[in-house]
Every structure is written in C-alpha cells, then in structure tokens.
Design a protein around this ligand. Structure first.
Ligand SMILES: [Zn+2]
Ligand SMILES: [Zn+2]
Length: 118
C-alpha cells in the first residue's frame, strides 16, 4: 500500500491498469499450482486483491468456508458488463436476493514438511 499523490496523468494510466486488474483471471497459484481466480475488487476506497478458488459454493459450503475463516466473494457476471469479484458483506448475504456465483478465498493446501522448515 503506497499513498498516491493527487490526480495526475499517471492516475489516468493507473485507472486503465485498475480496469485490467479488476477483470478476473484464472491461473495457477504461485505457491501450490492450483487453478485460482485473481482479481482486484472494484472498490475505490479499499480495493482488495482477491485470490479465490474457482469452485462455486452452495450456501452450506459457504458457511463452512466462513467458519474456517475464509472470506467469500460474489463473482458477478453481467450481460453488458465485465466480470467482477465483489465484496460479499453480511448485509448482502442477508438480503437473500443475491444470485451471484459465490466463491471463497484460496488457501494453499499444507506444504510438505521440508518446505515449512526452510
Ligand atoms: Zn452477490
Ligand atoms: Zn495456493
């Protein structure tokens, strides 16, 4: 996290980079090699870089994921808008009207002991 100066030409360029960063990409996790979705949330105040498992969760699986301390996210797909990963707050869940695909933070499986000791 670095503080940005007031709006400059650099900010305009940054906005384009942000738009790219906000588009979910699928690729291998740099640590464990599992397929994960990476994207930055389109939140101007506190954008979060998300690394999530691509497997959609049903409500029961989401509860288990949250109990395990993983954050869950909405994967939004609009007909006329690009895919985005959005913060999934408890209020949003409580509306019961969310039809988004639900995904959870990626957690690497436990590493072999040799690597943990290094
Ligand atoms: Zn949603
Ligand atoms: Zn991983």
């Amino acid at each position: 996290m670095t503080a940005r100066p007031t709006r400059t030409l650099g900010d305009v360029v940054q906005a384009r980079i942000d738009a790219h960063a906000e588009t979910p990409h699928t690729g291998p996790c740099p640590r464990c090699g599992a397929d994960i979705i990476t994207a930055r949330t389109p939140d101007r105040v506190a954008a979060v870089d998300v690394r999530a498992d691509p497997t959609p969760l049903d409500p029961a699986a989401e509860i288990l994921a949250r109990l395990a301390g993983r954050l869950t996210w909405c994967l939004t797909r609009g007909e006329h808008t690009a895919d985005r990963i959005r913060w999934r707050g408890t209020e949003h869940i409580a509306t019961g009207r969310c039809t988004h695909t639900v995904i959870a933070d990626h957690r690497c499986p436990p590493q072999p002991i040799q690597e943990t000791l290094l």
